[in-house]
Every structure is written in C-alpha cells, then in structure tokens.
Design a protein. Structure first.
Length: 94
C-alpha cells in the first residue's frame, strides 16, 4: 500500500493483457506507454514483468493503467489488487 495524491491510501495494482483477445487497436500503448507495448505482431502486452501480472504498477502510473483498462474495446486488459498467479493458457496467444 502507498499514499496516493492527497494522502489517499492506495493498494498495489497489477495488470496483464489477454493476448488471445487483443484486437490490435493500439489504445493501451497510446494511453499508458510506460505500461503497455506491442510484440512483433502488434499484439499488446504489459511491459512490467513481461505480461506475467506479477510486478506492481508504480503509483504514478495507476491512473494511466485505469484509462487504458476503461478504453480497451476488447476488454483484454486485466487488473488485480494482487499479483496474478501463473498465466492461464487462454491468456497467452499461441
């Protein structure tokens, strides 16, 4: 936990991208370029922990992460208050 803006207590947040459902729209990288990037095929992934969802998002990037999450048309961005366990097979794209 950390104190966010105006002293509000914020829990750690974790994120990853379900690469199997990503439609290559590019919005996540535009809204949160320090968190999301694209592989050689243009599929989005989380740069933190190489899309494992096990590295907490820095406090100053949480608002960007939430913007990307809210604007993902395929709902491929996943967010959790706890680190994700091992990636489930359906979250990886062959």
């Amino acid at each position: 936990m950390s104190l966010g803006q105006k002293g509000v207590l914020r829990m750690a947040k974790y994120t990853l991208v379900n690469k199997a459902t990503c439609i290559l729209c590019g919005s996540c990288g535009a809204l949160a370029p320090h968190i999301y990037d694209y592989d050689q095929k243009g599929v989005a992934y989380c740069k933190l922990g190489n899309n494992t969802g096990t590295v907490a998002v820095d406090e100053y990037l949480i608002d960007d992460m939430l913007d990307a999450y809210e604007n993902c048309p395929s709902q491929s961005i996943k967010i959790s208050d706890e680190a994700f366990q091992q990636l489930e097979p359906q979250l990886e794209n062959g």
